[in-house]
Each structure stands twice: as structure tokens, then as C-alpha cells.
Design a protein around this ligand. Structure first.
Ligand SMILES: Nc1ncnc2c1ncn2[C@@H]1O[C@H](COP(=O)(O)OP(=O)(O)OP(=O)(O)O)[C@@H](O)[C@H]1O
Ligand SMILES: [Mg+2]
Length: 400
């Protein structure tokens, strides 16, 4: 079988690298466009300065003056301030300034300071004899600035778009998974219902028959009880299960007793819990299913020899009950600590990879709690932690 989870991190890295490459390429390309535009603007401003210089120096000649005025007027994007030899502003172009002269002058002075930082001014020699000078200060047009930031804005918008699409996609995928889970569970419970009621009736019938030994009937009854529990579990997971306040010690003791009888005697279960541990709202049959799944995995990981310790405590604020299930098994590699909860992930020949998925679903969706691998060391063991909200937090769906 192809294990899709083995490949998924690689695919993620490849996709991420492609996205980063596209981002870098788009920034480099826009930068080269900005540089080309800057060169053009330099040329335009040089021409503009030449025009100014010519107009100030030349003898009035109508045709040429007209040409020069055209050249000067053609600069309708690069902000310019013209200043005299002492740096006092005379005039400006392409700057949004008020009419009022004092204010205008002050703002032009401020602009000059900013412009100095971007480009050195162009010096105009107005009268070569007296060496009279003027300065043309300028800065990049708003087009250049917009273009410079454009790739960042564009990439951010694309990123937001992809995050939205991804969340929508994963939401609908989850909704679909939910429907499959619920549908399959309901159908299973339904299908099991008929033979179950028939079996219950048969057990009652056999009890009345004196030819059948008491022991046989009792054993059969136990199996039928188990059958009932399984049906109840499927039926609960197929609907919104009601939570009841349960004594966690009793529930866990029941689980441990049940499991201890069914696994090799070389596995020893030990429950560490205070007598008066906080009661928690839970669906007992589903919670037992979680504990069974985790303990069965632990037994498998220890190849049937070792210790399973269950520690129960609560947080200082009494809001959460903490259940740690520790085994002395083969451990889980670091890279798989999250993957183990995904449906279909298994390392066993006969595994379905559903035990932990189911556990996660029961704890997180139905009990609003958390389940995760607290720690795991190869060949030393693994500890799974379940955190359940206590009565203090969870006030929903509680039936007493
Ligand atoms: N306590 C543990 N120690 C080491 N590995 C574990 C432990 N618990 C789970 N795993 C790993 O996580 C995998 C997934 O566990 P999960 O219970 O979801 O499926 P499974 O046990 O393989 O199959 P099944 O559906 O029958 O439970 C296991 O195959 C195993 O590799
Ligand atoms: Mg399992």
C-alpha cells in the first residue's frame, strides 16, 4: 500500500519552494522595471533642466522658446523644486502645494530636504559671465514608488487569497469526512441492532432451558453485553452524544479490569489516581473506547511485555482533568508524533490506522478536550495525554 503520509512533507516543501521562487522572481522582475523607469526619469529630468537653462539664457526666439516650454511641460510626473543659488525655493512642479505663499515656501523647503536624500540636484548655470546658478531638486515619481511596492502588495493579496481558498477547502473536506464518519457509524449501529436483539432473546430462552449449563449462558451473556457496548459506541458517535458527570476513577478502573483480562499477563496495568478526583462530564462508552484504543496500541508497541501506567491529575485552576497513559514500548519517531492521529496511518500489518483518529475525534469533537503525544522516546516508551474540561468549564450537553 502506498503510504501517502510518507510523501506529504516532501510535497509541501516542493510547493513552498516553488511559491518562494515565484515570489522572488516577481520581485526581481519588478525591480528591473523600476530601474529602467528610473533611468528614463533621469533622462527626462536632465532634459527638463536643460530646457530651464536654455530658457533662462537664450535670446528670445519664438520657435525655440516654444519647443523648450513643451519640454518643460512634458514633465508631468516627476516632482521638481527649482531653487536659487542660496537654496531658496523659487518654483515647483508636480507637487500638491497650497496657494498661500508662506506655507507653500515652507513646504517646498521641506521637499528640498527630502529630495536631497534621493538625488543630488542638477546645477543650472544661468549666466556664464556672472556664474549665476540655480538648482533643480527632484525625487522619484509616484509611479516608481508604486511599482516598487507593487510585488509585495500583489504577493500579500495572493497569499490571503490562497489562505482563504485553503481554509474553505479544508473546511469542506472536514465536513465531508464528518458526514462519512457519522453515516457509517449510524449504519453500523443500525445493522448490529437486529442480530443483537435476537441474541438477547436467545440468551433469555437458553436460561430457561435446563439442558444448557449455567456457565455457558453466563459466558454468552458477557459476549452479548460486549456486543451491546459496541453497538452503543457506534450509535453515540453517529449522533451528538449526551455527556454525563462520571466518576473518572470508576470509569478507568472498569477499563483497566476489562483490558487486563484480555491482554497477556506480561502486561501490567497500574492506575495512579486519588479517590476524590474531580468528576468530569463525559460519554462513558465513547471515553472507554478511547482508553481501550490507546492501551491496545501500547500493548502492541510493547509486543505484549511491559507496563502501562495511567496517571490522573487536574490543573491548579480545577478546569481540566489530565490523564497520562504511559507505556514502555518501542516509541514513536519525532516526525510521526502528529501523523499518528491521521486516518489510515498505521505501521501494523493488520492495522487500519483508525484507532487514534477515532480517539482524537471523540476527545476533541465530543468532549472539547485535547489528546496528543506528551513525550515519546524510541525503545523507551510513549506517553499519550488526554486533557478533559471539568464541570467548571464544560456546561454544554450535560445530562445528570
Ligand atoms: N503507544 C504507541 N507506541 C508506539 N507507536 C504507537 C503507539 N500508539 C500508536 N502508535 C503508532 O501509531 C499508529 C497509528 O495508531 P492507530 O491506533 O491510529 O492505528 P493502528 O493501531 O495501526 O490500527 P487500528 O485502526 O487497528 O487501531 C500505529 O500503527 C503505531 O505505529
Ligand atoms: Mg490502534
Amino acid at each position: 500500500m502506498i503510504n501517502i503520509y510518507e510523501r506529504s512533507p516532501l510535497v509541501n516543501w516542493v510547493l513552498l519552494s516553488i511559491a518562494i521562487l515565484i515570489g522572488i522572481a516577481s520581485i526581481i522582475y519588478t525591480n528591473s522595471l523600476v530601474n529602467r523607469l528610473l533611468i528614463q526619469e533621469e533622462k527626462q529630468i536632465a532634459l527638463f533642466a536643460k530646457g530651464q537653462e536654455f530658457l533662462a539664457n537664450a535670446e528670445p526666439s519664438e520657435n525655440l522658446n516654444f519647443l523648450m516650454e513643451e519640454i518643460i511641460a512634458s514633465n508631468n510626473s516627476i516632482p521638481v523644486v527649482l531653487a536659487d543659488a542660496d537654496g531658496v525655493p523659487i518654483d515647483s512642479r508636480n507637487l500638491d502645494l497650497p496657494q498661500e505663499t508662506e506655507m507653500k515656501k515652507k513646504l517646498m523647503e521641506e521637499e528640498i530636504e527630502k529630495m536631497k536624500k534621493e538625488h543630488p540636484p542638477i546645477v543650472l548655470t544661468l549666466d556664464s559671465a556672472s556664474n549665476m546658478k540655480q538648482y533643480v531638486y527632484y525625487k522619484n515619481s509616484s509611479l516608481v514608488n508604486q511599482l516598487r511596492y507593487f510585488p509585495y502588495v500583489q504577493l500579500t493579496v495572493i497569499l490571503i487569497f490562497f489562505i482563504l481558498v485553503y481554509s474553505l477547502f479544508s473546511y469542506s473536506r472536514k465536513a465531508e469526512q464528518n458526514r462519512v464518519w457519522v453515516g457509517l457509524a449510524k449504519e453500523t449501529a443500525h445493522q448490529l441492532g437486529t442480530p443483537l436483539s435476537s441474541l438477547i432473546a436467545w440468551v433469555e430462552y437458553m436460561r430457561l432451558d435446563e439442558n444448557i449449563g449455567e456457565e455457558i449462558v453466563e459466558e454468552l451473556e458477557k459476549d452479548v453485553k460486549r456486543f451491546e457496548t459496541i453497538t452503543a459506541r457506534f450509535s453515540s458517535i453517529g449522533s451528538v452524544p449526551a455527556l454525563k458527570t462520571e466518576n473518572i476513577k470508576e470509569v478507568l478502573e472498569e477499563c483497566v479490569n476489562y483490558l487486563q483480562k484480555r491482554v497477556s499477563s506480561k502486561v501490567s496495568f497500574l492506575l495512579h489516581i486519588k479517590d476524590d478526583e474531580l468528576p468530569v462530564p463525559m460519554n462513558k462508552s465513547l471515553f472507554e473506547w478511547v482508553i481501550e484504543n490507546i492501551c491496545k496500541n501500547a500493548v502492541d508497541a510493547m509486543n505484549g511485555v511491559g507496563d502501562i501506567d495511567i496517571y490522573v491529575s487536574h490543573t491548579k485552576d480545577d478546569k481540566h482533568l489530565v490523564i497520562d497513559i504511559k507505556d514502555t514500548g518501542k516509541g514513536i519517531p519525532k516526525s510521526k508524533l502528529k501523523t499518528v492521529f491521521r486516518p489510515g496511518f498505521t505501521t501494523k500489518k493488520r492495522g487500519w490506522g483508525l484507532g487514534l483518529t477515532l480517539a482524537k475525534r471523540i476527545i476533541e469533537n465530543y468532549h472539547k478536550g485535547k489528546i496528543f503525544v506528551l513525550r515519546s522516546e524510541i525503545d523507551l516508551g510513549t506517553t499519550f495525554r488526554i486533557v478533559l474540561p471539568t464541570l467548571k468549564v464544560q456546561k454544554v450537553h450535560i445530562k445528570n
